[in-house]
Write a protein that binds this ligand. Sequence first.
Ligand code: PPS
Length: 571
Amino acid sequence: SNSNLANLAPISELYVSYDSAQKLKVEAGELPSWDLTARQICDLELLMNGGFNPLKGFLGQEDYESVVETMRLADGTLWPMPITLDVSEDFAKGLEIGQDIALRDQEGVILATLSITDRWTPNKAREAEKVFGADDLAHPAVNYLHNVAGPVYLGGAITGIQQPVHYDFRGRRDTPNELRAYFRKLGWRRIVAFQTRNPLHRAHQELTFRAAKEAQANLLIHPVVGMTKPGDVDHFTRVRCYEAVLDKYPQATTTMSLLNLAMRMAGPREAVWHGLIRRNHGCTHFIVGRDHAGPGKNSAGEDFYGPYDAQEMFKEYEPEIGLEMVPFKHMVYVQERAQYEPADEIEEGVTVLNISGTELRRRLSEGLEIPEWFSFPEVVTELRRTKPPRAQQGFTVFFTGLSGSGKSTIANALMVKLMEMGGRPVTLLDGDVVRKHLSSELGFSKEHRDINIRRIGYVASEITKNGGIALCAPIAPYTSTRRAVREMIEAYGAFCEVHVATPLEECEKRDRKGLYKLAREGKIKEFTGISDPYEAPESPELSVDTTGVDVDNCAHQVLLKLEQLGLISGS
Ligand code: PPS
């Protein structure tokens, strides 16, 4: 198996010449245009630069169905992943087969034209079953398919006008032809690629060292910076980590390049796809580890794929992929020998140390020690810069409850207590205040209440992202809207939902603003609790009832909860 040498001849791209591109750009100004989504921009870039060779555009229906069912294009060529252009029904309606459309980035710059050969409504459930193994929304790509992607697919050849613009790490991004030229120039003929979407720690370094040695090859660290699994460390942080680790590899044998791929987390099929992409980038070998491109647990709490399914499928297609697999078992640290070794090669009786991804995140969020045997100090420093311990991150406390339940009063008291503690700025987004400054044009229909709550959520998420504390105190009567706000905020920090569960009778008895009386008399319509619904939270972080309890005590209960969640340090 030592005969596998790289073919480093240039690969075909879909770009037209500079002059034609200038002309085409002007002509395309007249065409109907589709504003590409972030994922479509990633796909388009790799279509145009040959990363997805032999594809010449977004798949037509026949190729799509064949890829979904058999992992092959209609002509039999191995291709495991449907690369499709999903659009809205409205946009698709106005189009005709044979027509060209302009594909634009999110700022409106024309990147390519597409000559439409196919337009169809895919069977998404079938696509999910066949490509991702289950029609289960817990799979990020299945969720994307059903809840983000448009309902209609357009297929056809691409004419490339220009590469998508990147402002970050430009010197670290290479097209397949740029990498091929680089390998040619250095005389590299055997290159093993390492795909990753995570920061590199010592185990990864050991694994890549061993792979390069075994394959007698140079090493390409080829991390994905397009789209990875939701919740991953952002690529800016990761690239800074990679740069720190790169110094610890011998310069003459190792290089790093960033790949603007939108991953699907499709496990085995994805491994085959990754292999084809690396072949296009001039590599000869490819590392496939444990649970390659795994999406995590399904909705029943089980793994979508077996830990070595990807290796098995890669092996099966290896000759057609044209890359040799360098398979790896899970690497763990053997304390007695102070080194990393494959878990399956270790004898009984030695001390094996391992820190899982979950454990690493816990230690980062609690500001705990991360040992030197696990990672490099420079990497840990970068990760800590991005993710300071929870007690230094921003967060949101979201009070919900009936009018007059005591939300504002508790929120005000909490604000003062938090300001007394200091350290982070605190903003109170009280129901009445928001309605005056952010939502003065809105009424109390379901639609308007939802808009109001989403505005609050947006502002709170920005505050949270920037390290502040947001206290929100609207009625927020709808569960689904509160859940949407939670998701917005949890992307940046903690969300603590507090149900102020003072019963309606008590709120009405107090009637501090005299509104309940007016509502009973029908003088105020759509009044929450009287003539409009309130859906009580099922599992809030905290529930308080102000009946017979003073405000100070309620605010204190919230403080204790925040301390318990690690959001304020307990001094
Ligand atoms: S919502 O549903 O979350 O958008 O409501 P919110 O922005 O919190 O506004 C509630 C305050 O508006 C006053 N008000 C009403 N509340 C409920 N229903 C109706 N129809 C209504 N009309 C006016 C009321 O004073 C609420 O203030 P709080 O502080 O909750 O008592």
